[in-house]
Design a protein. Structure first.
Length: 280
């Protein structure tokens, strides 16, 4: 598992960031250093992981650091395509235990200005994270996976696409899978989130082939309450990420090939029993 690179994607609203946070915390608690990369323009991964809001407010997206981009890439009409960036990955990230958090910022879209330099900078950062770093890297991405290119995608060991029991989510998941495979990601799996009953599970099982689904995550009232009704994302069992981490323990086990145990282990069984869902 050392150095494994995991990308998490999915349609907006399916719980992609919550799933990514749960996986990050599960891997970190198993003793692995994890680089948590927020590559979603909405940038909620740090909140779900429980980083203090004042620290998150000071963590600027890498692509918006104009002076740094020009220092690394050059300031003229021509720019460097392969600058050293490993030093800034550590310098401009937040650290908590085994987790380092980095905000990438969104890929710049074509318009009245040319963003070739900024996008080349992002691609270089992604290459350093996915190909050069020894830590486990977990990317929280948008459904469009714009941050990946054919060059950086080869560093992704597995793409996890989060789905919920809806036809729109399933269609988006297949589009994301096609994009990922076209870029060269060989292993694409799916995680079914917010599953409420056997009927919804049956719909998901009918849609995916054998081995495509990595696991099922039951709908959690506590997780919903923590996300909707508390200013700091905390429920009775901890932050959004720690609650999700307990629900995702079996999925983390499959990723690492080693059981991830924790204080909420009983909550996993309890949540599934309430919904009538068998363990996965």
């Amino acid at each position: 598992m050392s150095g494994m690179k995991i990308a998490v994607s999915g349609k907006g609203g399916v719980g992609k960031t919550t799933v990514a946070a749960g996986i990050i915390l599960g891997l970190a608690e198993s003793g692995r250093p994890v680089f948590a990369v927020d590559a979603d323009p909405d940038a909620n991964l740090g909140f779900a992981l429980g980083f203090p809001e004042d620290e998150l407010a000071r963590l600027r997206p890498m692509v918006e650091m104009d002076d740094l981009v020009r220092e690394k890439m050059g300031d003229g009409a021509l720019f460097r395509i392969n600058p050293r960036v490993d030093d800034i990955l550590d310098a401009f990230s937040l650290e908590s235990g085994n987790i380092r958090l980095l905000r990438m910022g969104g890929v710049k879209q074509a318009g009245t200005a040319c963003y070739c330099r900024e996008n080349a900078f992002l691609e270089r950062l992604m290459g350093a994270l996915l190909i050069e770093r020894d830590e486990v890297v977990v990317l929280d991405m948008s459904a469009g996976i714009e941050h990946l290119t054919r060059g950086t995608a080869r560093g992704v060991d597995v793409m996890l696409v989060v789905v919920e029991p809806s036809q729109a989510s399933l269609r988006t998941a297949r589009v994301t899978e096609t994009l990922a495979r076209d870029l060269g990601v060989a292993d694409v799996r799916f995680i079914a989130n917010k599953v409420r009953n056997h009927e919804e599970r049956a719909v998901l099982e009918a849609h995916f082939g054998a081995g495509e689904l990595l696991g099922f995550v039951p709908f959690s009232d506590e997780l919903w309450d923590a996300a909707m009704f508390t200013s700091d994302g905390r429920g009775t069992s901890g932050t959004i990420g720690t609650i999700a981490r307990s629900l995702l323990a079996n999925i983390c086990t499959r990723l690492v090939g080693k059981e991830v145990v924790g204080p909420h282990e009983g909550g996993i069984r309890e949540a599934r029993e309430v919904r009538g869902l068998p363990a996965v």
